[in-house]
Design a protein around this ligand. Structure first.
Ligand SMILES: Nc1ncnc2c1ncn2[C@@H]1O[C@H](COP(=O)(O)OP(=O)(O)OP(=O)(O)O)[C@@H](O)[C@H]1O
Ligand SMILES: [Mg+2]
Length: 220
């Protein structure tokens, strides 16, 4: 479903170019779950952002179900991203002035869903995440693990076929980390979501059927 071809990313740092990705190839099948590990600075987040079309490569292609995504114009690309890709970041990026409910429904609101559809989907996801009694809480009134569950629920609100997660358990204690891990695998199995996770937690990485390692902008 997802293919990356010869992805290079070069940052211009003053006079000297910094090559962060040096020609990465990747093919991900629909419904697959894979983990990516590698030392700090290896280029993992940069690659994930490019795969998720949040950033553009210096050269190379990202092909999603046969289409080169960077051929789309900005508007088409934003729409494509909202409908097909869910992101989970290490820091959850919930909006502090919005309740858990209002944070959760944001992708649906952007997609123009009716109030009733938003409520039905939100109820389903809050139940799935075990957060039905926390809808009205603001992020500051939720634990770190609860915040991360809301962020994951938001990422999958529109039933994306691909979920990209960058250290989704990075800020959690081991108990909450295990819960989030299980939740991601449940999503993958129950909704046939394709799951790509970057993590420094080797125990988590090893639970994936496919494991990749990055070093210095290349597969190691
Ligand atoms: N906007 C930028 N301009 C210049 N260099 C950058 C920029 N963004 C990232 N880099 C550099 O690119 C390299 C790869 O960064 P990246 O965030 O992809 O690493 P990472 O593998 O995710 O590391 P970590 O495990 O610490 O999150 C780093 O050396 C970083 O300093
Ligand atoms: Mg990173």
């Amino acid at each position: 479903m997802l293919e990356a071809q010869s992805i290079r990313k070069v940052y211009q740092q003053g006079a000297s170019p910094l090559e962060v990705l040096k020609g990465i190839d990747l093919t991900v099948q629909k419904g697959e779950a894979l983990s990516i590990v590698g030392s700090s600075g290896a280029g993992k987040s940069t690659l994930l952002h490019i795969l998720g079309t949040l950033d553009t490569p210096t050269s190379g292609h990202v092909i999603y179900e046969g289409k080169k995504v960077f051929d789309l114009n900005d508007h088409e690309l934003a729409r494509f991203r909202n409908n097909n890709i869910g992101f989970v970041f290490q820091f959850h990026h919930l909006m502090n002035e919005f309740s858990a409910y209002d944070n959760l429904i944001l992708p649906g609101r952007l997609a123009g869903w009716s109030g009733k559809d938003l409520r039905v989907r939100a109820d389903e996801l809050f139940a799935f995440m075990g957060l039905s009694d926390r809808k009205k809480h603001f992020p500051s009134e939720l634990s770190g693990g609860e915040q991360q569950r809301v962020a994951i629920a938001r990422a999958v609100f529109l039933n994306p076929s691909l979920v990209l997660a960058d250290e989704p358990t990075g800020n959690l204690d081991s108990e909450n980390s295990l819960k989030i891990q299980q939740l991601l695998f449940d999503l993958q199995k129950e909704w046939n979501v394709t799951l790509v996770v970057v993590t420094h937690d080797l125990g988590f990485a090893e639970k994936f059927p496919r494991q990749l390692k990055m070093a210095n902008g290349l597969w190691a």
